[in-house]
Design a protein around this ligand. Structure first.
Ligand code: ADP
Length: 613
C-alpha cells in the first residue's frame, strides 16, 4: 500500500461529522470538507457509507458504529488504516461519541484524528494557535445554532473560552465567558465538576455522564436547582500533543428526567396498592421493584425478592422449569409472559394457583424494551371451581352414558317394530337424532376429562389425509346443503396420525364455521404442505371474534358471552381440537375480525409420510 506524501497531520486535525442513528450525515465541519475534498452539498444528508462512491464503507468503522448504536454505548475509539480516494493511505483514529437526549433521536459524533505520524513513530508538530483556530472554526460551524450546549475550558483553571448560545441559555444572564469555571459557576465546585475537569485536563481521559444530577442556578441571584445533564468532556490538544483545554458538550435533560421520575413514583404508588404480587424488572430481567404484598405473601426478604433465584424458591417444583424457560424466552423475544403457576404462601405454607402475566414496557425511542411489569393474580378459588365443575361434568356424563345407551337401543327396537312412513316412525327418528346428539355431547365431555388427565387414547396410523378431508367435507355438505364448502389445495402424501381424531378436529372447525355464519354461507377449506408440515385452514365470513376473546378461544368451556344465547354449544370443541393437535406435535391458531369472519388454522408435521405420489 502506497503512503501518500501529502502531510496531512497539520491540516487533518479534527474533521468532525455528526450522524443520525441511520448514519446519515447531519453536520460536518470545514476541516472535513477541506481534507476530504468534498462539498457540503455532496455531504449533508448522505449516508456515511455511501459517501464518495462508497469509499467510506470501512468495515472496522461500520462494525464499531453498529456496535455502539446497538449496545447504546457512550464512546469508543478505533484506529484504522485506510486508503482514502483523496488523501491516500492514512492511519486514522475514529472517535465515536453517542449523545442521547430523551425523546430525541441519538446523535453520533464522529471525530477523525490522523495518527499516521504517530504510528510511524514520529511526533507531528503543529502550531497551537493553528489548532485553536481550527477548533474554534469547527465549534462555530457546528454548534452555534445547535440545540446541544458546547463550551471550551482553557488551561488548568478551566477558563471558559467558547460558550455557545445553548450553553449560555442554561445559566440565564450569569456571566460565564472568560471566567474560570469556579468563578462562573461556584456552586459546581462541591459537586466535583471542577475535579472532573482537572482530571480530564491532567490525564486526557474523556469524561462522559448520562443523566448526571447537577445543582446549578438558572440565573443570577437564584439558588441552585436540581438539574440533569447528558454531557461529555474531552481533552483538546495543542502543540506537541499537550492538552490545552477541555471541550464540553451535551444536553440538559432535566424535564425529561423529572417527568420520568414522577411517572415512576406514580407507578410505584399504584403498584404498591395492588393486592397482588407485583414486580418490575429492567430490560435484562433484573428485578428493581416489588410491592409489599409480594413480600407478605412470599415471606421472602427484600434481598431475596430482588433476584429471580429468590422467587424460584416459592414456585411449585412442577412448574419451575417451564416458568424459568418461558421467562428466558420472553426476555429474548420481548413477547408477553402468560402462565398459570403455583406459588407458596408463607402464611400457611400452601401452594396457591396464580396467573402470572408479565408485560414489557417500551420506551418512545424506536420501541426498545425499557422494563417489565409482572403481576401474579391469585386464581386458587377459580381453579377449585373449575376442578369441581370438571368433576361434576365427568360424573354426570359417566352416569348418563348407560341409560342413554339403553334409550337408544329401545328406540332402535321400536323403530324396527313400526311401519315405515308413519308418523310414529317419524317421531322415533327425531328422538333418535336427539339421542345421538346428546350421546355426542356426553362423549365430548368425557373426552375433556380424559384429555385433562392425559388419558385420551390415540391410535396412530399412516393414512391418506386428503381422502379423509374430502370425505369429511362431503359429509358436511350433505348435512348443511344450504352452505357452499369449497376445497382448495391438496395434501399429496400420506401422513401419520390419529385418523378419527384429526377428522373430529375438521368436523369441529367446519361445524363452527357453519354455526357462526348464519348469513354468509360460503366456507373455504385450504390444504397445503410446507416444509414437511400440513397446514389446514377453514375460513368463514361469519360473525367473527373480537380481539379480547381471541386469546381465550381455545380454553375449555369458553364461549363468547354475548353470542352464547344465540348459538348452541358448550365451549369444548375448540379446546379438544387444540389438545388433539398439540398431541400431534402441531399447533392451532386463528385470525378473525368481528363482523367479517374467522379463519381457523392448524398445522401438524406430516410425520411418516411416504414418498410423494
Ligand atoms: P361451541 O361452539 O360448542 O361453543 P367451541 O369450543 O367449538 O364451542 O367454540 C368456542 C367458542 O368460540 C364458541 O362459543 C364461539 O363463541 C367461538 N367460535 C368458534 N368458532 C367460531 C367461528 N368460526 N366464528 C365465530 N366464533 C367462533
Amino acid at each position: 500500500m502506497q503512503r501518500s506524501d501529502k502531510n496531512v497531520t497539520t491540516t487533518l486535525h479534527e474533521p468532525l461529522l455528526a450522524l443520525d442513528k441511520e448514519f446519515n450525515i447531519q453536520m460536518a465541519n470545514r476541516a472535513f470538507y477541506k481534507i476530504f475534498e468534498i462539498t457540503e452539498e455532496e455531504t449533508l444528508g448522505e449516508n456515511l457509507f455511501e459517501l464518495q462512491g462508497g469509499h467510506w464503507d470501512i468495515a472496522g468503522l461500520r462494525k464499531e458504529l453498529q456496535k455502539i448504536r446497538k449496545e447504546k454505548g457512550l464512546m469508543t475509539e478505533v484506529e484504522i488504516e485506510h486508503t482514502f480516494s483523496t488523501i491516500g493511505c492514512h492511519d486514522i483514529c475514529f472517535n465515536i461519541q453517542m449523545l442521547y437526549k430523551e425523546g430525541a433521536e441519538p446523535l453520533i459524533l464522529l471525530a477523525l484524528r490522523d495518527i499516521t505520524e504517530r504510528k510511524k513513530g514520529q511526533q507531528g508538530h503543529q502550531e497551537a494557535k493553528d489548532k485553536m483556530e481550527e477548533n474554534a472554526e469547527m465549534i462555530q460551524t457546528l454548534y452555534l445554532n445547535s440545540p446541544a450546549f458546547m463550551c471550551t475550558y482553557m488551561g488548568p483553571e478551566h477558563i471558559y473560552d467558547l460558550v455557545n448560545p445553548a450553553y449560555q441559555k442554561l445559566f440565564g444572564k450569569r456571566k460565564i465567558k472568560d471566567k474560570t469555571s469556579l468563578e462562573a459557576l461556584p456552586e459546581l465546585e462541591e459537586q466535583g465538576i471542577n475535579k472532573m475537569l482537572d482530571k480530564v485536563y491532567e490525564t486526557g481521559e474523556p469524561f462522559i455522564a448520562n443523566q448526571a444530577q447537577v445543582w446549578a442556578a438558572y440565573d443570577e441571584g437564584l439558588s441552585p436547582a436540581e438539574r440533569y445533564f447528558n454531557f461529555s468532556c474531552q481533552p483538546m490538544y495543542g502543540e506537541d500533543k499537550k492538552i490545552i483545554g477541555v471541550l464540553g458538550f451535551g444536553y440538559e435533560v432535566t424535564n425529561e428526567v423529572i417527568a420520568k421520575k414522577r411517572e415512576e413514583a406514580n407507578l410505584r404508588l399504584i403498584l404498591e396498592s395492588i393486592p397482588q404480587i407485583t414486580i418490575t424488572a429492567n430490560a435484562e430481567g433484573k428485578i428493581i421493584f416489588f410491592n409489599k404484598y409480594a413480600l407478605d405473601y412470599s415471606g421472602l426478604n427484600g434481598e431475596e425478592a430482588t433476584t429471580g433465584k429468590g422467587w424460584e424458591k416459592i414456585i411449585h417444583p412442577e412448574e419451575l422449569q417451564s416458568v424459568v424457560a418461558l421467562a428466558e424466552a420472553c426476555l429474548i423475544t420481548g413477547k408477553d409472559f402468560y402462565k398459570e403457576l403455583r406459588l407458596k404462601r408463607k402464611r400457611d405454607g400452601k401452594y396457591r394457583w396464580h396467573l402470572l402475566r408479565a408485560t414489557s414496557i417500551k420506551d418512545g425511542n424506536g420501541g426498545v424494551i425499557a422494563s417489565w411489569v409482572g403481576v401474579a393474580t391469585d386464581i386458587q378459588e377459580q381453579k377449585i371451581k373449575e376442578e369441581k365443575k370438571d368433576e361434576f361434568m365427568n360424573i354426570a356424563s359417566h352416569e348418563m352414558k348407560t341409560p342413554l345407551a339403553s334409550i337408544k337401543g329401545y328406540l332402535q327396537l321400536l323403530e324396527m317394530t313400526l311401519d315405515k312412513d308413519t308418523d310414529s316412525t317419524l317421531y322415533v327418528n327425531k328422538a333418535l337424532v336427539s339421542v345421538n346428539r346428546l350421546n355426542n355431547l356426553i362423549t365430548e365431555l368425557l373426552e375433556v376429562g380424559k384429555s385433562q388427565n392425559g388419558k385420551l387414547n390415540y391410535e396412530i396410523t399412516t393414512f391418506d389425509f386428503n381422502k379423509m378431508l374430502v370425505e369429511t367435507i362431503n359429509d358436511e355438505r350433505k348435512t348443511s346443503s344450504d352452505y357452499t364448502i369449497i376445497k382448495k389445495g391438496s395434501i399429496t402424501s400420506e401422513i401419520k396420525g390419529d385418523h378419527d381424531r384429526l377428522q373430529q378436529v375438521i368436523i369441529n372447525l367446519l361445524s363452527n364455521a357453519i354455526k357462526y355464519s348464519p348469513n354468509e354461507k360460503k366456507i373455504v377449506v385450504t390444504a397445503k404442505e410446507k416444509n414437511g408440515e400440513l397446514i389446514i385452514s377453514v375460513k368463514d365470513n361469519g360473525i367473527g371474534i373480537s380481539k379480547e376473546n381471541l386469546e381465550h378461544i381455545f380454553k375449555r368451556y369458553f364461549r363468547v358471552e354475548d353470542q352464547a344465547m344465540r348459538f348452541q354449544g358448550m365451549g369444548i370443541g375448540l379446546y379438544l381440537s387444540n389438545e388433539i393437535i398439540k398431541r400431534h406435535k402441531g399447533k392451532m391458531w386463528v385470525e378473525s375480525e368481528i363482523g367479517k369472519g374467522s379463519t381457523f388454522y392448524f398445522s401438524i408435521p406430516a410425520g411418516g409420510r411416504k414418498s410423494d405420489k
